[in-house]
Design a protein around this ligand. Structure first.
Ligand code: ASP
Length: 591
């Protein structure tokens, strides 16, 4: 139907007849001539109809934004003074000879010819219009190119693309499962995979040696911030490689993606232990573009007459930290109040601060509501420890370690953003030496990664002191975002049983849920490990999109619904009957 894409045209086509197909981006009637900006995937071309072409002119008068048209015309240079250098095709225009309306369009709910703000609900409901916007289309095409590079790299390195089932049994990655009722097995349910974890391990038991898959994963989480119930992972597993070897190949993969598509050299990735990341940055995914660090000051605060500090300073499970922010003394009381509200989200009960107005003036040069509680000597040592300088503000966190880490870790980022203290560029790293387990709110132990992650110690040490055990897991972090996480896995059934035991999964439950894995580990399963990268997040970072939804063609809303198709929807009584399901009169409130 078409001879060229609109966006392809330039001066070299002058005097050529072309056929263009696309959407009317904008129509302007300049009394006597009609201008149509015609848009397709590759760009926009200006087409002019004058009244000499009577029939086409009449049609051009009738077209409206987003009509789909076919244009036949001759390319010519734009008249002097009308060249538009902001437009790829701005040197030329097409003198329209024929015009065919391929389809009409109602007035679009999203205007594409100007930058009006449209609510997300509308954007998602009319996604086909939203995706016509060049920045949206460009992101999807960028994504396609990146996955292509990923596939080529992995293919070249001997990885085999294997699809794993979507209708399966639960794989615990720490979220709720999406369940699918079985018609053929009444009262039984499939779970959609939270990840292909167990299948990829079983492929290693099967001798596949190197596997990958660009895999859909499903997690029914409360959609905090920027998560999607269904998302895509670059999922990888290998046999007979240790963690250093796996990290090296995966670093090469991500470096190649950045080099090919952004012309960015990520350099070599430093490694940092989980303990160090938590201590210095309050986060297991530190943004190394920010220099601010948390400094432990519990030693100094044990004796002070200020319970807010001395209490946590004398408690093993708590931390007292200071966050020194250069040039922060100019932060207003109002903004400090905002920061206090901000840290409260993470459970902090307040936000103590000291402004350093003049470091040479001793205590007189400091301004703070809390200094009166502290001996002058402690304050002086504190300033020395922090290497405080005139113009700084120092924030404090004193509470259970978890609260301090989360609150001050988040504040570190927020303040740096507000003060323009985030460096440009890319700061990748590996976080390693994670603990195997953490304590849940009910006191039970849960896996920090997943229960198939190998410990760095032997089974006896694990059983004796599970909370002290480190795992053989590694996370790749970029600019404060976890790009991917993986580990060496347990490949012996005894060790797997031991981990289940620590997690409170008894033998019977282990058999029932993971018997197939335990069997696979018992029939010659090689040492193996792998990783999974969040593809959506990777693309979001690379394109600079602010939401993960902007790099997914058909994302769900914050409440896990699809406004386009109106899913999830009701089903007929007949369908429910076939599934042996009866609905409650009134749906219970979501927990
Ligand atoms: N299955 C893990 C996840 O989805 C990744 C891995 O361990 O390879 O987070």
């Amino acid at each position: 139907m078409r001879s060229h894409y609109c966006g392809e045209l330039n001066e070299t086509f002058v005097d050529q007849e072309v056929e263009l197909c696309g959407w009317v981006h904008r129509r302007r009637d300049h009394g006597g001539v009609i201008f149509l900006d015609v848009r397709d995937r590759e760009g926009i071309a200006q087409v002019v109809y004058d009244p000499d072409t009577v029939e086409s002119f009449a049609i051009a008068e009738g077209v409206r934004n987003e009509f789909v048209i076919k244009v036949t015309g001759i390319v010519r240079l734009r008249p002097e003074g009308t060249v538009n250098n902001d437009m790829g095709t701005g040197q030329i225009e097409v003198l329209g000879k024929q015009l065919e309306v391929l389809n009409a369009a109602n007035t679009p709910p999203i205007q594409l010819d100007d930058h009006s703000e449209v609510g997300e609900e509308i954007r998602l409901r009319y996604r086909y219009i939203d995706l016509r916007r060049p920045e949206m289309a460009d992101r999807l095409r960028f994504r396609s190119k990146v996955t292509n590079t990923v596939r080529n790299f992995l293919d070249d390195n001997g990885f085999v693309d294997v699809e794993t089932p979507l209708l399966t049994k639960a794989t615990p990655e720490g979220a709720r499962d999406y369940l699918v009722p079985s018609r053929t097995h009444p009262n039984k349910f499939f779970a959609l995979p939270q990840s292909p974890q167990l299948f990829k391990q079983i492929l290693m038991a099967a001798g596949m040696d190197r596997y990958y898959q660009i895999a859909k994963c499903f997690r029914d989480e409360d959609l905090r911030a920027d998560r999607q119930p269904e998302f895509t992972q670059i999922d990888v597993e290998t046999s007979f490689m240790n963690e250093e070897q796996i990290m090296t190949v995966m670093e090469q993969l991500i470096s190649e993606v950045f080099k090919s598509h952004l012309d960015v050299d990520l350099g070599s990735f430093p490694q940092m232990s989980h303990a160090e990341a938590m201590q210095r940055f309050g986060s297991d995914k530190p943004d190394l573009r920010i220099d601010l660090e948390l400094v432990d000051i519990a030693d100094l605060m044990q004796e002070v007459d200020f319970k807010v500090f001395s209490g946590p300073a004398n408690d093993e499970q708590s931390r007292v930290v200071a966050l020194r922010v250069p040039q922060g003394a100019s932060i207003s009381r109002k903004v400090i109040d905002d920061y206090t509200a901000f840290v409260a989200i993470y459970g902090a009960k307040g936000l103590a601060w000291v402004k350093v107005n003049d470091i040479d003036a001793g205590i007189e040069g400091l301004q703070s509501p809390i200094l009166k509680f502290m001996p002058e000597q402690v304050v002086a040592t504190l300033m020395q420890t922090l290497k405080a300088e005139t113009g700084d503000i120092i924030f404090f966190g004193a509470d259970k370690s978890k609260i301090v880490n989360e609150a001050l870790g988040a504040l570190r980022i927020k303040v740096a953003e507000d003060l323009g203290q985030v460096r440009d560029g890319w700061a990748p790293l590996w976080v390693v030496d994670f603990p195997m387990f953490e304590t849940a709110s009910d006191g039970s132990l849960t896996s920090l990664h997943h229960p198939f992650t190998a410990p760095a110690c032997d089974a006896e040490q694990l059983a004796a002191n599970p909370l002290a055990a480190l795992s053989r897991a590694y996370d790749m972090v970029l600019n404060g975002t976890e790009l991917g996480g993986g580990s060496i896995r347990i490949n012996k059934p005894e060790m797997q049983q031991e981990v289940f035991k620590v997690l409170g999964i008894d033998e019977e439950e282990a058999r029932e849920k993971f018997g197939f894995l335990l069997d696979a580990l018992s029939f010659g399963c090689p040492p193996h490990g792998g990783i999974a990268f969040g593809l959506d997040r990777l693309i979001m970072l690379m394109t600079g999109a602010t939401s993960i939804r902007d790099v997914i063609a058909f994302p769900k809303t914050q409440s896990a619904a699809c406004p386009l198709t109106d899913a999830p929807g009701s089903v007929s009584g007949k369908q429910l009957g076939e599934l042996n399901i009866r609905l409650r009169e009134q749906a219970p409130a979501a927990q």
